[in-house]
Design a protein around this ligand. Structure first.
Ligand code: ATP
Ligand code: MG
Length: 505
């Protein structure tokens, strides 16, 4: 028997106007961890959708061999039955069901025709422990952060009999510690005989754990590197991904005049009525004009809750405290008030808060500020299209044009549209929640440049990121947050990853 668990041969997948995969051949050796890397829109997720039967046989050209058997999957279930599990980039849990219900959805254990809740609960506890998530199985999924949901997805996969696990950007929402924990989990799984395919834009971690590396560019394979045979470096991978060598300086310089305090938050408290607990405790902070201020914290520290509550989000929550803009007390009691007060929020979960999936790139981008492209109440369509095309170019959004429906963009390109939307708005206080989640190295640089331009033009920027190097590279100051409280503030210039982590743990 060959040592390959998977061979995909000459796979071509076309969409109207794009060849997403162009004659791709991809094979994976048994009991290895194989990285699949490439820029946003390179075709990584599409290749994995072909493998798992999301894109069904007949809708692509080429052949799949799994354990030497030719496969033509008509449904996802068929690939699952053979032991292939895929965790998609866009998480797919049912938000109003519990962790346990999600884990066993579609393959419930039953006894005498009745769901065996006791057994499922036991098993759920066990797999949650294995992935390191300390939550009760009864917790409702919508109460979990994106990062925690990711762990539930992995736990769900573990309860099935799997031999090939595909993870599409599993660590993009996790910080370094959480990522390491997950990667160690993959290494452990490997020892137990599991094969994994890992899609990630975090090249340093991919290099740490993977045995082989396939680089895709524009829907085609550039090369596959093997650890121990080829020289595997970040530089070489990036060069393959973007087709040119890339400057080592990932953070562009900023020349911004820092002015007076624009945003001041005092004694901010948020109580979750849904969970019956206080999630933000006596938080006070400020951000000046032209300043980029970060918030560092571990998963569950309350960073997203803080940003969202300041942006007026109140579902299942009560908030109290004071928000001042330019020393004037303002009320952000709901999102539309916050938008009127000049706030923008770019979220880590673009599906829910960021974009209208069924709408075009153009309509998504201009929705919040149509008046800027209107004269006397009429939209000037030429102006609108011009502005949208400029943003598409600036952010290097890979698309067939401004009329492409957002849902059909690659994950990273959707994130860029979400960002463009708020750049286009005339907000002057911009809250960025994991703005580069799932964005490739080249495009990250573009996004950082745009953040710098925004700050240089006098906007006030608050940035949440799980990646400390990103905060250190981009921020003037960084607030440290644990368990709903701000425990300190450091100048980014004087801080290091180690000094920050030491305070956060
Ligand atoms: N349903 C669809 N209709 C039209 N085009 C699509 C559809 N799905 C994907 N595409 C296009 O196929 C190309 C490859 O997308 P894919 O999602 O595979 O990229 P990716 O490598 O996973 O990128 P990312 O890193 O951003 O997740 C993109 O140009 C995308 O716009
Ligand atoms: Mg993708």
């Amino acid at each position: 028997m060959s040592d390959k668990i998977l061979e995909m041969k000459n796979i071509t997948k076309r969409y109207p106007g794009v060849v997403a995969l162009d004659n791709v051949s991809f094979s994976v050796k048994n009991k290895t961890i194989h990285a699949l890397v490439g820029e946003n829109g390179a075709g990584k997720s599409t290749l994995m959708k072909v493998l798992s039967g999301v894109i069904t046989s007949g809708n692509y050209e080429g052949d799949i061999y799994y354990k030497n058997e030719h496969c033509e999957f008509k449904t996802i279930k068929e690939s699952e039955n053979l032991g292939i599990a895929i965790i998609h980039q866009e998480l797919a849990l049912v938000p109003y069901l519990s962790i346990r219900e999600n884990i066993f959805l579609g393959h419930e254990h039953s006894k005498f025709g009745v769901n065996d809740v006791y057994k499922m609960r036991e098993e759920a506890i066990e797999v949650l422990k294995r992935v390191g998530l300390s939550r009760m199985p009864e917790t409702i999924v919508s109460d979990l952060s994106v990062a925690e949901q990711q762990l539930v997805e992995i736990a769900k996969a573990l309860t099935k009999h799997i031999e090939l696990l595909v993870l599409d950007e599993p660590t993009s929402a996790l910080n370094e510690n959480e990522s390491n924990q997950l990667l160690n989990l993959l290494l452990e799984f490997k020892k137990e005989g599991l094969t994994s395919i890992l899609i990630s834009h975090k090249l340093s971690e991919v290099i740490k754990v993977c045995d082989a590396f396939t680089i895709l560019r524009d829907g085609a394979v550039v090369e596959t590197l093997y650890r121990g045979i080829d020289e595997v470096t970040e530089g070489r991978i990036v060069q393959g991904m973007v087709g040119r060598s890339f400057a080592n300086n990932y953070y562009p310089p900023r020349d911004s005049d820092i002015g007076d305090v624009v945003l001041k938050v005092e004694d901010w408290n948020v109580f979750s009525t849904a969970e019956d607990k206080q999630i933000i405790k006596d938080v006070s902070f400020d951000v000046k004009r032209g300043e980029v201020v970060g918030i560092a914290g571990l998963m569950g520290a309350g960073r997203t809750e803080l940003a969202m509550s300041i942006f007026g989000y109140r579902e299942g929550q009560k908030a109290s405290g004071k928000i001042y803009k330019n020393q004037e007390l303002i009320q952000n009691n709901n999102i539309s008030m916050a938008v009127k007060n000049g706030f923008a929020y770019i979220s880590e979960d673009r599906k829910v808060y960021g974009l209208i999936q069924m709408s075009t790139i153009k309509d998504n981008m201009t929705l919040v500020n149509l008046k800027s492209v209107s004269n006397n109440g009429r939209i000037n369509f030429d102006k609108e299209i011009n502005e949208v095309n400029t943003l598409i170019e600036q952010l290097v959004i890979r698309c067939t044009g401004h009329e492409q429906v957002v849902e059909t963009l690659s994950g990273g390109n959707q994130q860029k549209v979400a960002l463009a939307k708020w750049i286009f708005s005339d907000a002057d206080i911009i809250l960025l929640d994991e703005p580069t989640r799932g964005i490739d190295v080249g495009a990250k640089y573009e996004i950082f440049s745009i953040i710098n331009q925004l700050a240089e033009s006098g906007k006030t920027i608050l940035m949440i990121s799980s990646e400390l190097p990103e905060l250190l590279g981009m921020c003037d100051r960084i607030y440290l947050m644990t368990q709903g409280k701000i425990i300190g503030c450091v100048d980014a210039e004087d801080a290091t990853q180690e000094t920050i982590m030491a305070q956060l743990i």
